[in-house]
Design a protein around this ligand. Structure first.
Ligand code: 13P
Length: 264
């Protein structure tokens, strides 16, 4: 496939998403959000999003509604409404002011048997209700060692493309999260990330050039203040999905400011 340089076409602002996972409580969240607001208010070219556990969405709405920080959830139901005990619909997330939702995170795919079909249904539910889906893709260490990482990520993208159309990526975010890099302290190298991000952009571009231009592609997996600047400077990396370091306002702020510095 022709290698095209899309860096000039990627729209700013950059995007940095905090994935709090199953951490936090009212008191800690209040302090963390207060620090976020203070440290991130000067950002001009970087949109920050906080994705918290469901019970704290009202707290996010309350704290962040007059700030420059958006918020969202870490999962959504694949159905619109009905007898689905324990599920939370996209419309319910909108009721709490969410504008983003993480979909298909590998921690859910492995622990809760999230299938590609489920993920594709969740993706469409999110968009139907005006939420921007943040679709997580990525390979295991075994798959990388076997050299099949592009096949794996390509198949994860095909699950959405085949059910819908590549045009849906115009209003979506893809987060490349190599599973071996999540929570391990071992981030992908800039070269590894560059190659996969280009693969993703090119795959979408081969189907829908406008969607490829508008799509944001984040990198996630052991991003920290030390590697953020280098990763954010990589062509086709439009920001990050941050786990552990998002629980520390100093570290998260340093990552957001690194994204800001690279967003020209
Ligand atoms: P860490 O930043 O803790 O590696 O987590 C990455 C992640 O899973 C973001 O969704």
């Amino acid at each position: 496939m022709t290698q095209t340089n899309y860096s000039a076409l990627t729209t700013t602002p950059n995007l940095v998403v905090a994935n709090w996972k199953m951490h936090g409580n009212f008191k800690q969240n209040a302090a963390l959000l207060g620090d976020y607001i203070e440290k991130l208010s000067s950002l001009k070219r970087t949109q920050v999003v906080v994705c918290a556990p469901y019970p704290y969405l009202a707290q996010l709405q309350n704290k962040l509604q007059s700030s420059n920080i958006a918020w969202g959830a870490q999962n959504v139901a694949k159905n619109e409404f009905g007898a689905f005990t324990g599920e939370v619909s996209a419309a319910m997330l909108r009721d709490f002011g969410c504008t983003y939702v993480i979909i298909g995170h590998s921690e859910r795919a492995t622990a809760y048997c999230e299938s590609d079909d489920n993920i594709a249904c969740k993706f469409v539910q999110a968009q139907k209700h005006g939420l921007t889906p943040i679709l997580c893709v990525g390979e295991t260490l075994l798959e990388r060692e076997a050299g099949v990482m592009e096949l794996v990520v390509g198949k994860q993208l095909d699950a959405i493309i085949n059910l819908h159309d590549a045009a849906v990526f115009a209003t979506a975010v893809i987060s490349y999260e190599p599973i071996w890099a999540i929570g391990t302290g071992l981030a992908a190298t800039p070269e590894q990330a560059k190659s996969m991000h280009l693969f993703i952009r090119n795959k979408i571009a081969s189907l829908n050039i406008d969607a490829a231009h508008q799509l944001k592609i984040l990198y996630g997996g052991s991003v920290n203040p030390q590697n953020a600047l280098q990763l954010c400077a990589v062509e086709n990396i439009d920001g990050g999905l941050i786990g552990k370091c998002s629980l520390n306002a100093e570290e998260f702020s340093a990552i957001c400011h690194a994204a800001e510095a690279s967003a020209v």
